[in-house]
Structures are given as C-alpha cells and as structure tokens.
Design a protein around this ligand. Structure first.
Ligand code: TXA
Ligand code: MG
Length: 316
C-alpha cells in the first residue's frame, strides 16, 4: 500500500515492520536499527544474503557521531559539504551498531538522506533507519513508490514522488589518510576531489571484498542487456530479437530491427539521464523486449556512474 501518512509509517516502524521509504537517490526498504527481528526481515524480504551489510540513515551529524567510534577529519569535511545528501561514509562502528547490520564487519555505512519526507520521518523517530535499496536482490532499483509496490505489494510504502537523483549514493571508506571510492554514485569523483583532493578508486571487482554487496552483476532487467558506444554496430550482430535501444540524448539510427527507441535525456544532461535511468529500465523490462542495447555515456562526472550501473546490469 502506498501512503502519504508519515505517522502510520512511524507506527509500523515502531512495531518492528519493514516499510518502503523515499530518498533522493532510490527508494529504501527500512527498519529500526535497534530491532534485530526487523533487520532480519529486511534481509528476508529482499532475498539478500546476510553477508551483505546495510546502510544506516540518520537525521543529523550528531546522531551519526553516536554510531561511530571515530570520525576521520576528511570524513567530517565531506559530511559537512555533502550531508544531507547522496554520500555514504564507511566508518568504524560504535557499540550501538549490531553485527546484523554490518555483516560482522567493524565498520558501518552511514548517510543523511536529502529528501524532506524521509527527514520528517527520521525526525519523528527515536532511532535511525537501516535501509538497502527496495528491490529484490540484483533486480532494478526503484525510483518511485509504484516500483516498490510492484516488487513488494505486502508492505507500506511512504510516498515521496520520483527520486531526484535516481542513482544510489556514492560510497567512500577511509584508509589512513586516504579516501577510497567503493561505489560510484550520485556524487561524482570530481565533486569529492574538490573537497579532499585525489581519492583512490577501488570500485573494480578485484577489490570486491571491501564492499561485499557490490557484486559484478546487479541492477539487472530480466532480459538481456548490452552496453556499447556504437549501438548500431551491436545491432548488426543481433538476429531475430525484439530489441530496444536506450539512447543517451538522441536516436542515432531508426531501424526496423528496433522495436523501441528510448531516450534518457533529450538535452544531453547527465543529471536528467541519471534521474531517468532506472525508470527507463523498468519500462523496457515490462515492454517484453528480449534485448536492450544501451548507448554508453561519456565517461566522466555522473556519466561514469551511469555507465557503471549499465555495466553491472549487463554483467553475466
Ligand atoms: O542511495 C543509497 O545508498 C540507497 C538508499 C536507500 O539510501 N541505499 C543503497 O543500499 O543503495 P544498498 O544496500 O542497496 O547498497 C549499499 C552498499 C552495499 O553494496 C553494501 O555491501 C555496502 O553498501 N556496504 C554497507 N555497509 C558496508 C560496510 N560496512 N563496508 C563496506 N560496504 C558496505
Ligand atoms: Mg542496492
């Protein structure tokens, strides 16, 4: 059920239920961080292995400080610059954080989301919210309440409109004085480097153990998906398929072999493309095409994040 009633959702969370919540990135599947059964319900609802830790959503920097044993100076700078916002910080956890949330790791992932509805909800609660994205394990992330309802009709979902960023938060960890990128996200490397200088990119699969959930295959539609700078070239190689092409800003070829041409951002704007990316995949998945060919974006700023998601959606 989709609802705009914050107090109803608050009641359910206080009773140990799992609920759908909006954030500016994607919708989450949320529960009270201090209720172990509710946390277990997140994992079972999502079908997520319990070796994959959850992000804790806080209402303030002060609340975040209670959940960590140490806030490195560069983490403080970044939180001051980007919170509330789409940046998740991996920090050493305090005793308030259970092993179920961190999958036995000594660190916890924390962010303060930037969405008025979830901030009102967090203000009304005595506890922070653990929430992974509200999609079954490895499926396409949800960017509106209806996407969540399609996946989980049994839960209450707090209405928050379409997610403004439409891609998940950027995840950073701290290794001595180094800032380490673990997941590309809605805040670009370029924006982060403006604040703390050069950062290390450990988003590739060789360093997967650092964030167990960043599996190579992720965010995938049920049909096949390939990504290329040259969709036309790819098209020439495919036979007898119902094909869709997902273009960045314009249709570069219109062939009878293509059942659907879908454009991410007619003005060629990365932010708009990011906001539309998952919804485009949801629509194309529902359309019954057998293959989606995605045009690769220029690989900088948010273009890099969007390419990352399509690469994982394409992974076998
Ligand atoms: O934008 C977002 O981050 C959304 C919204 C709902 O906030 N949440 C989200 O959560 O994307 P999820 O669970 O789908 O992805 C969180 C990622 C996972 O890959 C997980 O492995 C990683 O964060 N993670 C969580 N805790 C970690 C930790 N202590 N160390 C390393 N990685 C961690
Ligand atoms: Mg996710």
């Amino acid at each position: 059920m989709i609802t705009s009633d914050i107090s109803l959702v608050k009641d359910q969370l206080e009773k140990g239920e799992v609920v759908g919540i909006p954030t500016e990135t994607v919708y989450g599947l949320a529960a009270n961080i201090y209720d172990e059964q509710a946390i277990a319900k997140i994992f079972s609802t999502k079908g997520r292995p319990n070796t994959n830790p959850l992000i804790v959503h806080v209402k303030s920097m002060d609340q975040a400080r209670t959940l960590v044993s140490y806030f490195p100076p560069k983490a403080t700078l970044l939180a001051e610059r980007f919170w509330p916002g789409s940046l998740t910080l991996i920090l050493p956890k305090s005793d308030l954080i259970s092993d179920a949330i961190t999958a036995q790791q000594s660190t916890v992932a924390i962010r303060m989301p930037n969405h008025s509805v979830i901030l009102h909800l967090l203000e009304s609660l005595d506890f922070p919210l653990a929430a992974p994205s509200a999609n079954p394990y490895n499926r396409i992330s949800p960017t509106c309440a209806a996407h969540v309802e399609d996946y989980f009709p049994q839960i209450s979902i707090l209405e928050g409109g379409n997610c403004e960023a439409g891609v998940e938060s950027t995840i950073l960890s701290f290794d001595g004085d180094e800032v380490v990128l673990l997941r590309h996200g809605a805040i670009s490397i370029e924006q982060i480097e403006e604040v703390v200088g050069r950062i290390l990119d450990r988003t590739s699969s060789e360093s997967l153990h650092l964030a167990p959930g960043r599996s190579k295959k992720h965010y995938s539609p049920l049909c096949e998906l390939i990504i290329s700078y040259e969709p036309l070239f790819m098209l020439s190689a495919v036979q007898q398929k119902k094909v869709a092409i997902l273009w960045f800003k314009e249709v570069k070829i219109d062939s009878p072999k293509v059942a659907i041409n879908h454009i991410l951002s007619p003005s060629g704007n990365f932010k708009e493309a990011g906001a539309n990316m998952y919804d485009a995949l949801h629509q194309l998945e529902k359309s019954g095409v057998e293959l989606i060919i995605v045009e690769r974006l220029p690989n900088y700023n948010l273009g890099r994040t969007i390419n990352d998601r399509f690469e994982r959606a394409a992974a076998k």
